[in-house]
Design a protein around this ligand. Structure first.
Ligand code: AGP
Length: 606
């Protein structure tokens, strides 16, 4: 979850590196740094804080040099500090790294015994000294190969050398790395997004591969040093709008974009003429699949839980949903009629990618639901279902969550119909209802004013609970996650029926509790659970849908009613006030909404 970039060119590179680092800040923003090579000398500058700070600093020192590397950091080993910022350099080598070197302590001990002096607390610094050590007695390529064989763990590397005036080495194992091709210059980057402003011609390294970039040539090698060829891909023209416009934050913009992104996704998948869901050349017959395993992290996992509910309601398939970091260490039963669906906004999440890799190694059917079609997870899946949301910059996922749920809903509905578990009439009715969703999402955004007034009780609270049953339980988890990651308030999503089995003890007088109780088949039971927490002093914010029926309960502190729609689709509407609640709570607390502390947009370490 750091970002790396490298450029070798016939002109000075520092400003292009800085611009690319700005695009990579979503991957980590504890600290930033750059190193360039000028007349046989490595010039390195790095600092704590954002890329802007780095840019301001180096503008005073005129960093020249036509070869350079840059880095934005999300700390894994060593506190966020200038000393621990990348690049890490010796007199002859400079390195930027994304990932974790798991045997760094052993290597450090070996290198210290060889007389190497370490300056930082990072795992990355062992790479600098290891390659420096090998270069004493080996040529460059041999030194690279020896180093790569010594490293355990995950890495995407960019390396420059004092004695190699126009050369950058890139290497990949477990963390994404892309190469871009330009006029009289070539690029290295953590992902295509970092390179998009300079080129639309991209190649991707696979695990174990490394590359040698010069300004007029790029060579790729496998883990044994054998030269290999790489396809040059043209980046998708789906250029997203990467600025905030009039919005105060990307997150605010991305919440408000949801009617549009939902509409785009509906248009991509629903064939309105034939009134059918088009799954874009789905490669398997429905009778080849008897079990579906949904896998993701964080918000993406919540959309997996939501999809599990829909698949259960609409089909007789065996369904499970797993957190990726748990799935990959379980004793999984890999059967040929299993379909594994990996949900990931960025398509770069290390835990999800590792789970996919495990399934690929077992020759399983794999499908990914992603927002970035050039991403590692998309490229390594048998089949991809894009969510078409455009770039999601805010670290807290909003429009991508609705997009993930929507594509998974399309998938469950289509599969139910193909398996004849719902009839044509029901299928067509549900498709018709889906066409109404964008407008109802737009209308539900108007609940913002009601929600804003609720925030005061949350921002000063010691903690809060989000309760729901059935389809509302994944949304309770998502609402709690949003409040945690934006307003840094402890919030717990919990099955409403489970409160009496222990967590009810947490309820104190005045504690804010969000109860999600749409008028679905769980409504009465959830209202009873709501009364249990009110009786113990909770201040309940009830999220339900519009109805003429009176809610048979007093002392509800506040009620927010979303628009009416068929039960299947209520989760889309109920999510919106919860996104707004977290946003306005963080706003009131004055926190950085687009880049919350300790987080990053794409978690590319395990
Ligand atoms: C979402 O609000 C969180 N920032 C985080 O949980 C995120 O959903 C998770 O890291 C998975 O990311 P992905 O969808 O890019 O795989």
């Amino acid at each position: 979850m750091c970002g790396i970039v490298g450029i070798t060119s016939n002109k000075p590179v520092s400003s292009s590196i800085i611009n690319s680092l700005k695009k990579l800040e979503y991957r980590g923003y504890d600290s930033a740094g750059i190193a360039t090579l000028l007349e046989g000398k490595i010039n390195e500058f790095k600092c704590e804080g954002r890329v802007k700070t780095l840019e301001n600093n180096i503008s005073k020192i005129k960093m020249l040099g036509t070869v350079g590397i840059g880095h934005v950091r999300w700390a894994t080993h060593g506190v966020p500090s200038t000393l621990n910022a990348h690049p890490h350099s010796s007199e002859s080598v400079s390195v930027v790294h994304n990932g974790i070197i798991e045997n760094s302590s052993t290597l450090k001990k070996f290198l210290v015994e060889k007389g190497h002096i370490f300056k930082s607390q990072t795992d990355t610094e062992v790479i600098v000294h290891l390659i420096t050590e090998y270069l004493k007695d080996n040529d460059l390529k041999t030194s690279i190969l020896k180093m790569l064989k010594k490293l355990h763990g995950s890495f995407a590397l960019g390396i420059i050398f004092k004695d190699e005036p126009d050369l950058i080495i890139g290497a990949r194992r477990g963390s994404p790395l892309a190469v871009g091709y330009g006029p009289n210059e070539n690029y290295l980057g953590s992902d295509s997004y970092a390179l998009k402003s300079m080129t639309n011609k991209i190649s991707y390294l696979n695990d174990g591969e490394f590359c040698v970039l010069k300004k007029n040539s790029v060579d790729f090698f496998d883990e044994n040093g054998k030269k290999i060829n790489k396809k040059i891909l043209e980046l998708s023209s789906e250029e997203g709008n990467y600025d905030k416009g009039d919005y105060k934050h990307f997150m605010a913009k991305e919440i408000e974009e949801q009617p549009t992104t939902i509409k785009n996704c509906v248009n991509e998948y629903i064939d309105k003429i034939n009134k059918d869901i088009n799954l874009l050349n789905f490669p398997w017959k429905q009778n080849e699949i008897n079990s579906i395993k949904l896998i993701g992290c964080g918000t993406a996992y919540h959309s997996c839980l939501m999809a599990k509910h829909w698949f259960e309601q609409l089909t007789d398939l065996d369904i499970s949903a797993d957190i990726a970091s748990e799935f990959r260490y379980r004793k999984n039963k890999f059967k040929k009629d299993n379909l594994y669906i990996f949900v990931s906004q960025s398509g770069e999440t290390a835990d999800t990618f590792a789970a996919l890799d495990l399934c690929n190694k077992n020759d399983m059917k794999t499908c990914s639901v992603v927002n970035v079609v050039e991403s590692s997870i998309a490229r390594d899946s048998n089949f991809v279902l894009p969510i078409h949301c455009g770039p999601e910059i805010g670290v807290a996922s909003t429009k991508a969550f609705l997009g993930q749920m929507l594509v998974l809903y399309f998938f469950s509905l289509k599969l139910a119909y193909l398996r004849k578990e719902i009839n044509k009439e029901k299928y067509l009715k549900k498709i018709q209802t889906l066409l109404k969703l964008p407008d109802l999402v737009k209308k539900t955004l108007e609940t913002e004013t009601q929600i804003q007034s609720s925030c005061n009780s949350f921002v000063d609270a010691k903690g809060s609970m989000f309760l729901g049953r059935g389809a509302s339980f994944p949304i309770a988890l998502e609402g709690a996650l949003k409040l945690k990651e934006l307003a840094y308030i402890h919030a717990e999503g919990y099955p409403a029926g489970e409160m009496k089995h222990g967590p009810l003890a947490l309820i104190e007088n005045g504690m804010p509790v969000v109860v999600i109780a749409p008028r679905d088949k769980y409504y009465n039971k959830t209202i009873s659970n709501m009364q249990e927490v009110i009786a113990r002093g909770a201040k309940v914010l009830l999220i339900t849908n519009k109805s003429n029926d009176e809610i048979l309960s007093e002392n509800i502190w506040q009620t927010v009613e979303v628009e009416n729609i068929e039960d299947d689709l209520l989760p889309f509407l109920i999510t919106i006030p919860l996104q707004k609640l977290a946003y306005h709570s963080a706003l009131k607390k004055g926190y950085d909404i687009d880049k919350p502390r300790n987080l990053a947009k794409s978690v590319t370490v395990e």
